[in-house]
Design a protein around this ligand. Structure first.
Ligand code: C5P
Length: 219
């Protein structure tokens, strides 16, 4: 097994998409696979951390030794992450949280009607920003997917949400992001400094991310 350099460190990770129901059988979501967050949880556990993984609906099995909390909506993820983060030392938000939910989801299946349908959406809480507002001594890590002007936007996002750093990835890069086994990310700090990492496995991204989190803790 690898060096147990995360022994005694409590890590909370979010993964996957959220589902925002319009009625009991229809929802809005996104193609997040959960692989990045599961990789962070698996690597942190292998290095000796106590790990809680909060995940939206994904096709991935529980990881041995990792406390796994399965949720659907952003509101459920918000509650579960606040709970998981309470006594965590490192919090990593990889989840692709839906920005909006239906303001008034139907309790019965919506009937099909002729013509257009209008649904009102209301903003979901920003979980990372909520954790940043109560940051304490925790190291807080976010992800961001941008199509351009990435580094400046990611630095601004890190400042606004009070994250220590954000891993920026691009949805358009071949073989990375949604569903893939590799990722090519740039670590961006709130002060605007950044490091572009090569395309490596999501497990290797996870390992480097945890190294960077330890460095923030001064270890
Ligand atoms: O603002 P943006 O969605 O680009 O920020 C991405 C980061 O914020 C990710 O770490 C994501 O998990 C987190 N986020 C969140 N709650 C939201 C939206 C995004 O925690 N409602």
């Amino acid at each position: 097994s690898p060096p147990q350099d995360l022994a005694g460190v409590r890590v909370a990770v979010s993964a996957g998409p959220t589902r925002e129901y319009l009625d009991p059988v229809r929802y809005i979501s996104n193609p997040s696979s959960g692989k990045m967050g599961f990789a962070v949880a698996e690597v942190a556990r292998a290095r000796g951390a106590d790990v809680t993984l909060v995940t939206g609906p994904v096709g991935l099995a529980d990881l041995p030794g990792v406390r796994t909390v399965r949720v659907e909506s952003a509101l459920e993820m918000h509650a579960a992450m606040l709970e998981a983060a309470r006594d965590a030392n490192v919090v990593v938000m990889t989840a692709a949280v839906a920005d909006y939910r239906a303001a008034d989801p139907a309790t019965e299946k919506r009937p099909k009607t002729p013509g257009d349908v209008t649904v009102t959406f209301t903003p979901n809480p920003d979980i990372l920003a909520a954790l940043g507002a109560e940051k304490g001594e925790r190291v807080l890590v976010g992800f961001a997917m941008e199509t351009d002007a990435g580094v400046a936007r990611a630095a601004e996002k890190a400042r606004r949400k009070n994250a220590d750093f954000i891993l920026l990835n691009y949805p358009t890069k071949v073989g990375t992001a949604f569903g893939g086994d590799d990722n090519e990310v740039t670590l961006v700090r709130a002060d605007g400094s950044f490091e572009a990492w090569p395309r490596v496995s999501k497990r290797e991204v996870a390992s480097r991310l945890l190294d960077a989190a330890l460095a923030v803790r001064g270890g």
